[in-house]
Design a binder for this molecule. Structure first.
Ligand SMILES: Nc1ncnc2c1ncn2[C@@H]1O[C@H](COP(=O)(O)OP(=O)(O)OP(=O)(O)O)[C@@H](O)[C@H]1O
Length: 218
C-alpha cells in the first residue's frame, strides 16, 4: 500500500530524513514514533508530496509518486491530518469536513459524511458550530473527520493524540480502532507509544531522521 525506499529529504540545505525505508501493508496500522524534531512531520509531508525527497522513492499502491506533487495524490483516496489541524476557523465544522470533498469533486461525499457522523456522533452534534468555537481536542476530532472524507484507502495522522485530554484520547483511540476494523490502512505518528501501542500492528522509531523497526512489535 505504502512504501518508502531509501528516502532522503532536505529542507533549506539541511538533511532531515536520512535513507528512510519502511512500508505499511494494506489494512494495517503502523506507528512512527519519535521525539520532537525527529522528522515525523517531514516523513508524512514527503509521503503527501508536500516536500519532494532529494533521493529515494515513495510508492503508493505500487505507483512511484516520488516526483508527483500533492495534487496528483488527490485521486488516490488518501486522507492527511496535519499536526496543527489547519481547520478554517470561520467555516462550520461540516464545511471543514466537506472542503476536501468539494476540492476533489467526490461523488459520494454525502454518504461519506453520514458514515463519519455514524463513527463520531459527537462531531455531528457540533457540526454547525464554527471551527474557532471548538476546544483543541474537538478540533482534532474534526481534523480526523476531514481526513476520513478523502482517506478511503490510506490515512496519515500526524500526532493525533498530542494535546488531547485523556477522555478524548480514549475516544480518539476507539475511533481509530474501528477504522482499523473497517480495513483502512493507517500510518500515525506519536512522540511515544503511550496511546498507539495497543492500536498498531507494527511500529518504527524515528530518531534524527533515521528510521528503525521497534523490535517488540515487529
Ligand atoms: N521549514 C523548515 N525549515 C528548517 N528546518 C525545518 C523546517 N521544517 C522542519 N525543520 C527541521 O526538521 C527537523 C524535523 O522536523 P519535523 O517537523 O519533521 O519533526 P517532528 O518529528 O514532526 O517533530 P514535532 O513533533 O516537533 O513536529 C527538525 O529539526 C526541524 O527543526
Amino acid at each position: 500500500m505504502l512504501e518508502l525506499k531509501n528516502v532522503t529529504t532536505e529542507i533549506a540545505g539541511t538533511t532531515i530524513l536520512r535513507d528512510v525505508s519502511f512500508s505499511v501493508s494494506k489494512g494495517s496500522m503502523v506507528g512512527l514514533i519519535g521525539r520532537n524534531g525527529a522528522g515525523k512531520t517531514t516523513s508524512l509531508r514527503s509521503i503527501m508530496g508536500l516536500i519532494k525527497p532529494k533521493a529515494g522513492q515513495v510508492l503508493i499502491n505500487g505507483e512511484d509518486m516520488t516526483n508527483q506533487g500533492s495534487y496528483e495524490r488527490a485521486g488516490m483516496s488518501i486522507g492527511y491530518m496535519p499536526e496543527d489541524r489547519r481547520l478554517v476557523p470561520d467555516l462550520t465544522v461540516e464545511e471543514n469536513i466537506m472542503a476536501p470533498a468539494w476540492a476533489c469533486q467526490l461523488v459520494n461525499a454525502e454518504a461519506r459524511l453520514a458514515w463519519i457522523y455514524e463513527m463520531m456522533p459527537e462531531v455531528e452534534s457540533f457540526s454547525d458550530r464554527r471551527a474557532l468555537q471548538l476546544s483543541g481536542g474537538q478540533q482534532k476530532l474534526v481534523a480526523l473527520a476531514r481526513a476520513m472524507m478523502t482517506g478511503t484507502n490510506l490515512l496519515l495522522l500526524d500526532e493525533p493524540f498530542e494535546g488531547v485530554a485523556p477522555a478524548l484520547s480514549r475516544r480518539l483511540a476507539s475511533v481509530l480502532s474501528t477504522l482499523k476494523d473497517e480495513g483502512l490502512t493507517v500510518l500515525l505518528s506519536e512522540s511515544d507509544q503511550s496511546h498507539s501501542a495497543d492500536l498498531v500492528d507494527k511500529a518504527f522509531q524515528i530518531e534524527r531522521g533515521s528510521v528503525e523497526p521497534i523490535a517488540s512489535l515487529t
